[in-house]
Write a protein that binds this ligand. Structure first.
Ligand code: TYM
Length: 333
């Protein structure tokens, strides 16, 4: 890593199929940052077990996320791409920071409230302390910027609060990171219920586009997307379905929303939805082909994980050692 570049950290849970929301809100932006910054992109498998996972599926999903990171354009030579569970410093720092985080702060987290409603039979303490592990992920690498979708803003704020609290007691141990949230694509909504966000764990598969969905499936999901009854392609708060489709179109083509509104001014919803579907297919097809190639290359993937895991361990342990020293743990001799 070069010393003169700022540090970026972000991650994704291998808790299901990566969606178009994950891609537009996060992954697609990551690929644009890799030349200008020193970047770490983690596959946060430890976060994924806050919800019960099938072991074989978790292993496969983690590998799938790795391939989709690379297929999206993240260069594993330029970026440190690794599995969270391979770097034990994440769990170790998380324990320490748990002791500097208040129950009251954690109880206010929207994602905790939502997930505990959804998994009422498994409200485990990992789900509750999830944001502390996320703060540890970020703070371990002295991160400057964290590119995420809008739904992670609150977790970034608590990360900053924890860092500032710790620094207030022990001096400048952690860099206080900033969220990096792009304007377009930061909140992709569910296709059938555009009032809620597109989510990996949605049971209604027509709500989500998975990055690996076949073109015919993508087209059929877009054709079924909910719009409204006034047949006017216009971006507006009272037109959530149409606005979501316009945002997706803008994010995948690079055409601005006002330009897209012009393009579809006299076009019915049927054709509009077909055009959005085609634009998404055009964007995802090359990525899907690259995943198919990577699938054949197990040794290459294994070597990436090994080399990058070592790099991440090295960097993370530097911060962890500093933390241990500051809080008064005896030195290792
Ligand atoms: P996760 O796995 O839910 O989502 C990964 C990224 O995708 C973004 N995202 C979306 N963006 C736009 N529209 C949507 N509908 C949408 N759904 C998801 C998320 O904002 C995220 O950027 N807690 C994190 C993972 C994490 C992390 C970290 C992120 C763990 N440690 C440290 C950054 C830094 C999560 O559950 O993301």
């Amino acid at each position: 890593m070069s010393d003169d570049k700022k540090i970026i950290f972000s991650g994704m849970q291998p808790s299901g199929l990566i969606t178009l929301g994950n891609y537009l809100g996060a992954l697609n932006n990551w690929t644009k940052l890799q030349d200008e910054y020193n970047c770490l992109y983690c596959i946060v498998d430890m976060h994924a077990i806050t919800v019960r996972q099938n072991p074989a599926q978790l292993r496969k999903a983690s590998r799938d996320v790795l391939m989709q990171y690379i297929a999206s354009g993240l260069d594993p030579e330029k970026n440190i791409i690794y599995y969270q569970s391979h770097v034990s410093a994440h769990a170790e720092l998380s324990w320490v920071l748990n002791c500097y985080t208040y129950m009251g702060e954690l109880s206010r987290m929207t994602q905790f409230k939502e997930k505990s409603q959804k998994h009422a039979d498994n409200i485990n303490s990992g789900l509750f302390t999830y944001p502390v592990l996320m703060a540890s992920d970020i703070l371990l690498y002295q991160t400057d910027l964290v590119p995420v979708g809008e739904d992670q803003r609150q977790h970034l704020e608590i990360t900053r609060d924890i860092a500032m609290r710790f620094n207030g007691i022990y001096g400048d141990v952690f860099k206080v990171p900033e969220a990096y949230i792009s304007k377009v694509g930061a909140k992709v909504m569910a296709l059938q219920q555009p009032e809620k966000k597109m989510s990996k764990s949605d049971e209604n598969k027509n709500n989500t586009i998975a990055l690996m969905d076949e073109p015919s499936i993508i087209m059929s999901k877009f054709k079924k997307a909910v719009t409204d009854s006034d047949n006017e392609v216009r971006f507006s708060d009272d037109k959530p379905g149409v606005s979501n489709l316009l945002s997706i179109y803008s994010a995948v083509t690079g055409i601005t929303i006002p330009e897209a509104e012009k393009e579809f001014a006299n076009v019915g919803y049927g054709n509009f939805k077909t055009s959005v579907g085609e634009a998404v297919v055009a964007r995802l097809e090359p990525l899907q082909k690259r995943v198919a190639d990577l699938e054949k290359n197990k040794d290459y993937l294994d070597s990436i994980i090994k080399i990058n895991g070592e790099k991440a361990n090295h960097l993370a342990n530097k911060t962890l050692r500093k933390v241990h020293k500051k809080i008064g743990f005896p030195p290792r001799v």
